[in-house]
Design a binder for this molecule. Structure first.
Ligand code: DGP
Ligand code: NA
Ligand code: NA
Length: 203
């Protein structure tokens, strides 16, 4: 049976990366093969350009950087497909929803923003770690990167709310890490118990 394609989304400081790593550990402890991936992947050629842009070392047109983020996902597609087909479950830290939420929050047209990611593999499970901007700021404030500002984060959160459909599973990220972990696990456990033929085809 192929692996599950799990995506965690949320605003900055919602605890996504910590929870992704915890989930991988938990899956492995239960005997599943599981791996962590994240977007943007800053190690590739497109990722290096994105990293430089996020660290504010370089300037890029908003549309151009949007396409770079999308290319960063596209270039990972074959590897993601092969990994899932080999039976490994992937826990992915951000995906195309972040792409659309961040770029449209900056003012780009929402429908334009969706187009470059059309055709990417659809996740089996999308977990949205929901945290108010006030709670996010209480967590020691934002960092130095380009998007880590209250006004933009507020807009990003609003855009995520527009993108959210009834297949998304929302977990209250203001709870303790252990409670968030339990919430995510119950969602993943339910998804894991769906039979092979209920899992969406990758192709
Ligand atoms: P992270 O490494 O997960 O902290 O992400 C870096 C920043 O980039 C974060 O502020 C979210 C933002 N981001 C992630 N994916 C995209 C994307 O596809 N497009 C845009 N514009 N921003 C993104
Ligand atoms: Na960040
Ligand atoms: Na992160």
């Amino acid at each position: 049976m192929r692996g599950l394609f799990i995506v965690l989304e949320g605003c900055d400081r919602s605890g996504k990366s910590t929870q992704c790593h915890q989930l991988v550990k938990q899956l492995q402890a239960k005997g599943y093969s599981a791996q962590y991936r994240n977007f943007p992947n800053r190690t590739t050629q497109t990722g290096k350009m994105i990293d430089s842009y996020l660290r504010q070392a370089t300037e890029l047109d908003d549309h151009a950087v949007h396409l770079l983020f999308s290319a960063n996902r596209w270039e990972a597609m074959n590897s993601i497909k092969d990994t899932l087909e080999s039976g490994i479950t992937l826990v992915v830290d951000r995906y195309a929803f972040s792409g659309v939420a961040f770029s449209s929050a900056k003012g780009l047209d929402l429908n334009w923003c969706k187009q470059p990611d059309v055709g990417l593999l659809s996740p089996d499970v999308v977990v949205f770690l929901d945290l108010s901007i006030d709670e996010a700021e209480k967590r020691g404030g934002y960092g130095e990167e380009r998007y880590e500002r209250r006004e933009l984060q507020t807009k990003v959160r609003n855009q995520f709310m527009k993108l959210k459909d009834d297949t998304w599973k929302v977990v209250n990220a203001a709870q303790s890490a252990e409670q968030v972990e339990k919430g995510i696990w119950s969602i993943v456990e339910a998804a894991l118990s769906t039979s092979t033929n209920q899992r969406k085809s990758l192709l």
